[in-house]
Design a protein around this ligand. Structure first.
Ligand SMILES: [Zn+2]
Length: 220
C-alpha cells in the first residue's frame, strides 16, 4: 500500500480495466475511476462500469467523448459496421486512430483536477491487436508529455503491459478477484456480460486465456 497516494483508473468495465481497478485498490489509499462514453455499440458497457464502481465503492467519473464517434467511425461505435479480426499484423476493424492518446490525455486532465498523481491503464502489448497507442513506448512518451504539459509529476501505471490473457486472469486471481472479474465484466462485442457470446474475437481471446489459466492454475 502506497501511503497518501491517489490513483485514477481508466475504466471500461471490461476484464482488463477491472483487474487494474482491483490492482489499484490493493496499492493506493484512494482510487477513482474514469469511463469514456463515446457512443459505444452497447450502452450496457457504461451500465456495467457504473455497477462495478458502485459495488466497489469507487468514485466514478463518466466523460462524454461522443466527438470520437464523429471523428473515427468504426465497428465499436457504429452498428452498421461488422467487427472483424485483423489479419496478421493488420489493425482490426474496431480501430479508432489515436483513441488511447485522447483517453489518456483526458485522464491526465481529470487526474490533475482531482489531485491524483497516479494514472492506471490496462493497455497491453502482449495480446494487443495492433493499436500503436497501447504500446509501452507510447505510454512512456505520453507520460513525459503530460508532465511537461501540466508541469506535473504523473506516473502512468500499466500493470498488464507484458501479461498475456492467461496471466491477466492470474493477476485477478492473486488479487482475490477472479470470480468477480469473470462474472461482472463485459468484454464481448455482442454486449453479453460475463462469459459473453463465445464467438466474437474478444470472447475467444478471453475464454482462451481463462482456459489456459485454469488448466495451469497450480503452476501460477
Ligand atoms: Zn462475444
Amino acid at each position: 500500500m502506497m501511503e497518501n497516494s491517489k490513483a485514477l483508473v481508466v475504466f471500461s468495465g471490461g476484464q482488463d480495466s477491472t483487474t487494474c481497478l482491483f490492482w489499484a485498490l490493493d496499492r493506493f489509499n484512494e482510487v477513482e475511476a474514469v469511463t469514456f462514453d463515446y457512443n459505444q455499440r452497447h450502452s450496457l458497457e457504461i451500465e456495467c462500469a457504473k455497477n462495478i464502481t458502485k459495488e466497489l465503492g469507487v468514485r466514478h467519473h463518466i466523460l462524454d467523448m461522443a466527438l470520437l464517434n464523429q471523428l473515427a467511425p468504426s465497428a465499436l461505435t457504429r452498428d452498421d459496421i461488422e467487427v472483424k479480426e485483423g489479419e496478421d499484423g493488420e489493425l482490426p476493424s474496431s480501430f479508432v486512430p489515436g483513441r488511447n492518446l485522447i483517453f489518456l490525455s483526458f485522464a491526465g486532465i481529470l487526474a490533475s483536477q482531482i489531485g491524483s498523481a497516479h494514472i492506471v491503464t490496462g493497455v497491453c502489448e502482449t495480446d494487443f491487436s495492433g493499436y500503436p497507442d497501447c504500446r509501452d513506448i507510447f505510454v512512456k512518451s505520453l507520460n513525459v508529455t503530460l508532465n511537461l504539459s501540466m508541469n506535473a509529476q504523473f506516473v502512468i501505471h500499466t500493470p498488464l503491459m507484458w501479461l498475456n490473457k492467461a496471466e491477466t486472469w492470474g493477476l485477478a486471481d492473486t488479487l482475490g478477484a477472479l470470480d468477480f472479474v469473470r462474472e461482472k465484466t463485459l468484454t464481448c462485442y455482442n454486449g453479453m456480460i460475463a462469459d459473453g457470446c463465445g464467438e466474437c474475437p474478444s470472447c475467444k481471446l478471453r475464454q482462451k486465456g481463462l482456459n489456459e489459466y485454469l488448466k495451469n492454475r497450480k503452476e501460477f
